[in-house]
Design a protein around this ligand. Structure first.
Ligand SMILES: [Zn+2]
Length: 56
């Protein structure tokens, strides 16, 4: 998937960032979730941005 277009790249990054990952089971939850939909844990974290490329 080519991300040469900076606008598309930004959108993709926002989508990737806009998730909560359960530290307990690793499930991906909605950014508005208060607790994990799979295991019910509240131990959620934001998905880390991985900026690979020039200058990152
Ligand atoms: Zn979980």
């Amino acid at each position: 998937m080519a991300l040469n277009d900076p606008v598309k790249r930004k959108i993709v990054l926002q989508r990737v960032l806009n998730k909560l990952i359960c530290r307990k089971c690793g499930a991906i939850n909605s950014p508005r979730a208060k607790k994990c939909r799979r295991c019910g844990s509240r131990n959620l974290r934001l998905k880390k941005a991985e900026l690979r490329g020039k200058g990152a």
